[in-house]
Design a binder for this molecule. Structure first.
Ligand code: NI
Length: 227
């Protein structure tokens, strides 16, 4: 399931972060790759612990902590600190690959299982040619290119790639997260249920039935989640 989360960052946040990103010192993106992915990868990344990365990570994580759609879709337990990449010039593509199942945080050795991946766009589609994120989903190939400030959430188990950027620059943030609900089907069901509850409450308000339905959602979440 691919979920588009619009306006994770507002225009002011996008502009502020993008200015910092453009002025940063980018390095070869293979610093974070597994050996198989490294062969397919030609892009730039920000060093994980540089000052700009730390400031913008906080902006993103703060925004996500207030985003109801993100919470409902991901049911996040642990989020790996977001990374940043830039596709431009000769460093312009990342061929088909899969993301590592386990990510180890620097320092304490804590691990994050990658259930879901996300890409948050800092460049608008009219700022570069190409650069679509192509995700091979059970429904076929999905091609994603979103406005700055928007995010796509997709299964980390999928094969994916970034098409060559043939002009301009594509700057994004990306990372992986471990969900409180590991099984995709259960997470999907909870998401559908939550969306239905929201829409029901908007149309009929808080009736006895909508309250009972909400209680079913929370009881399922309680039964299936691992916090
Ligand atoms: Ni990837």
């Amino acid at each position: 399931m691919l979920i588009h989360i619009p306006n994770v960052l507002n225009d002011e946040e996008v502009q502020r972060c993008k200015k910092m990103l453009v002025e940063s010192n980018w390095v070869d993106g293979n610093v974070t790759s597994g050996t198989q992915a490294a062969k397919m990868k030609r892009n730039l990344q920000l060093p994980e612990d540089c000052d700009e990365a730390i400031v913008i990570q906080k902006v993103i994580l703060d925004a996500l902590s207030k985003n109801g759609l993100f919470f409902s879709a991901a049911l996040p337990k642990k989020i790996f600190p977001p990374l940043f990449n830039c596709y431009t010039g000769e460093m312009n593509t990342f061929g088909n690959h899969v993301d590592n199942a386990i990510r180890t945080l620097r320092g304490g050795g804590k691990r994050v299982r990658s259930d879901l991946s996300f890409t948050l766009f800092f460049s608008n589609p009219d700022e570069y040619e190409g650069g679509e994120l192509v995700i091979e989903d059970t429904f076929g190939e999905q091609r994603v290119k979103l406005p700055a400030g928007d995010m796509i959430l997709y299964p980390s188990s999928s094969v994916h790639r970034v098409e060559p950027v043939t002009s301009g620059a594509r700057i994004c943030s990306f990372t992986w997260l471990e969900s409180m609900v590991r099984e995709v089907e259960k997470r999907r069901l909870l998401f559908d249920m939550d969306m239905s509850i929201i829409s029901l409450r908007e149309t009929i308000g808080d009736t006895e039935d909508s309250i009972r339905f909400t209680s079913c959602y929370h009881n399922l979440l309680r039964m299936w989640s691992d916090t």
